[in-house]
Design a binder for this molecule. Sequence first.
Ligand code: NAD
Length: 311
Amino acid sequence: MDAVLIDGRRIAGDLRRRVAGELESARGSGAAPGLATILVGRDYAAEAYERRLRRHAEALGCTFGAERLPADAHLADVLATVGKLNADPRVTGILVLRPLPPQVPEVALYRILDPAKDIEAVHPDNAGLMAQGVPRFVPSTPASCFHLLDRYAQSRGQEPAGYLAGKTVVIVGRSHNVGKPAVWLALDRGATVISCDEHTSRANLLAHFTRQADVLIVAAGVPRLITSDHVRDGVVVVDVGINPVTDPATGETHMVGDVDTAGVAVKAEAVTPVPGGIGPITDVWLVRNAVIAAIAQHTDLPVTPWPAVTA
Ligand SMILES: NC(=O)c1ccc[n+]([C@@H]2O[C@H](COP(=O)([O-])OP(=O)(O)OC[C@H]3O[C@@H](n4cnc5c(N)ncnc54)[C@H](O)[C@@H]3O)[C@@H](O)[C@H]2O)c1
């Protein structure tokens, strides 16, 4: 492998120390962060994510609560659960886990989240603030992608603020939580942005666009969608995908990304691994958003949704 493998765990460790400091000052001012998740039905990846968040939140001293509803729950019951968390003063940040069953459209939940607790910025108010470049919260996964790129730029002796200006950033995937806010963040940094989704693939144009990328961010949820044929020499590849794959021989399940890391690494300047890339940073960022929500809700301290990039 020729490419640099960017170590997300190390970046997450640095971020965790910073969040611990923010939490200390939040506590000193009377704020008590609390994170709550809502999961409707069963899902391997979502349940693993819920467990990881509990571990991270509790390790940082943030309370954690997990609401679980059955897969056939009525929309009214799910909405009532959101309403209960909105009204609970111990909960400062709420995360709706996906996938959701068909009777529970995600936007119906997003619209009734209290915007002050909507730490993934999916409520129309918060998504609008994001799109205008003045976010209340920066959603954890795209935030982690750009935080990682900031740190990568720094490691190359480049100024993070200008690293993406004029570069072509291609983003594969257009979800409310990942792909679209990643487009907005890339636009804010002066990049030329190309957004691809499943229609791009169906039109047989995916490789045409991804080969133009200086920086390629992939969040499609398709195991090893991006191969060496999809990239040009010197690209920096951020693999967001976390896909459970079961080995038919052993029956064991493990996680793979959306990128064929070994294949792409022959051409790339740098790639992020799965596991150990974006995932660990996302976990910490989400807890951080519950902390800054607590600060905003309970203190007069200034809140910085995007911390300055310092080691
Ligand atoms: N690393 C993390 O912390 C983290 C966080 C969130 C999501 N994820 C992972 O990222 C992936 C995407 O998550 P999501 O929530 O955005 O998923 P999603 O299903 O909501 O959206 C997927 C997007 O990818 C597009 N897409 C699907 N197939 C495609 C194809 N063949 N070609 C091009 N585009 C295609 C879809 O059109 C859609 O816009 C999943 O694997 C998920 O597990 C990881």
